[in-house]
Ligand binder design. Structure first.
Ligand code: NAI
Length: 334
């Protein structure tokens, strides 16, 4: 009896492991397409649901010919298409919205992207209130608070399930350091805290294998404004898409690993965080251990040197305003 029930539990968890629906909202865009491709290649994903205001069925049909086991479907741009794309989803990635053009800051995107994210958040709150929501649409510092306000209004907010994707900052920091040091980037784990735009991005090199790099102003600037290099090089055709797709897929993979029982999965990400709440800052990116319930443990910033303390001080000023802007938007445009 005991053995039988154990076998049953195992069988259940094995099949549960194979049933993971992941949805991408904005799936036909510059990020959405390569992100969906990487998710199609991920054996932990069993069902991939693609939604966009245009083009998702085409992207879905294309990806569905790839010979991995998961099913893929691109949904029609209707309210019921969106609801169907979301129902039963474990992870929802949101790269919907407009990207930057040269000369724009991420905050310049606010007017367009705030309402897009608000409306998609409403659909998530209704169709998959328990999913992990991974917000890629910029400005992340404001769009994440928008999602949280919408979920609160719907009475389904779970702070452990909402993530602003800042993985690209970590990916860039690791790559840039490896270029300077001639090392393998996989051995360069650089903690990046704060938010996801300009001076709110704070790399903590003093905690890395190369503490002296915290004095390297050029490197710090490159991590904070690395996105601008891509925007400039693309010359009006958008911002980072391929590297962002990789970063988004890594974040999703980390969540799936943690959901499937792996311990010690840590990613820096922008979450509802206690670290600076006493200063009125409700969201902050720091190292977060992931688990089956989403956020398992939020690590403190840890020791920083004098230079980094100044960066942090500047970060907190901007971050507070960015977060408030998201909250105010929902209050004024419910
Ligand atoms: P894109 O313009 O190529 O694609 C955006 C897609 O969203 C389009 O296919 C569009 O049809 C779709 N879309 C627009 N409104 C929608 C709605 N209401 N519902 C569903 N889909 C909708 O832009 P790209 O390059 O893919 O960038 C997307 C967002 O990601 C931008 O806001 C950009 O700033 C941000 N981003 C974030 C990064 C991060 O590190 N978190 C890095 C790079 C970009």
């Amino acid at each position: 009896m005991f053995a039988a029930s154990r076998i049953q539990t195992r069988a259940f968890s094995a099949s549960a492991r194979q049933l993971t629906k992941v949805s991408v909202l904005g799936a036909a865009g510059g990020i959405g397409q390569p992100l969906s491709l990487l998710l199609k290649l991920n054996p932990r994903v069993s069902e991939l649901a693609l939604y966009d205001i245009r083009g998702a069925p085409g992207v879905g049909a294309d990806l569905s010919h790839i010979n991995t086991k998961s099913t893929v479907k691109g949904y029609e741009p209707t309210a019921s298409g969106l609801a169907d794309a979301l129902k039963g989803s474990e992870i929802v990635l949101i790269p919907a919205g407009v990207p930057r053009k040269p000369g724009m800051t991420r905050d310049d995107l606010f007017n367009t992207n705030a309402s897009i994210v608000r409306d998609l958040a409403k659909a998530c709150a209704e169709s998959c209130p328990e999913a992990n929501i991974l917000v890629i649409s910029n400005p992340v510092n404001s769009t994440v608070p928008i999602v949280s306000e919408i979920f609160k209004k719907a009475g389904v907010y779970n702070p452990k399930r909402l993530f602003g994707v800042t993985t690209l900052d970590v990916v860039r920091a690791s790559r840039f350091v490896s270029e300077i040091k001639g090392t393998d980037p996989k051995d360069e784990n650089i903690t990046v805290v704060g938010g996801h735009s300009g001076v709110t991005i704070v790399p903590l090199f003093s905690q890395s294998k190369h503490p002296e790099l915290s004095k390297n102003e050029q490197l710090i600037h490159r991590v904070q404004f690395g996105g601008d290099e891509v925007v400039k090089a693309k010359d009006g055709a958008g911002s980072a898409t391929l590297s962002m797709a990789m970063a988004g897929a890594r974040m999703a993979e980390s969540l799936l690993r943690a959901a499937q029982g792996e311990k010690g999965v840590i990613e820096p990400t922008f979450v509802d965080s206690p670290l600076y709440k006493d200063q009125g800052i409700d969201f902050f990116a720091s190292k977060v251990e992931l688990g089956p319930n989403g956020v398992e443990k939020i690590y403190p910033v840890g020791p920083v040197d004098e230079v980094e303390q100044k960066l942090l001080d500047a970060c907190l000023v901007d971050l507070k305003k960015n977060i408030q802007k998201g909250k105010d938007f929902v209050a004024a445009n419910p």
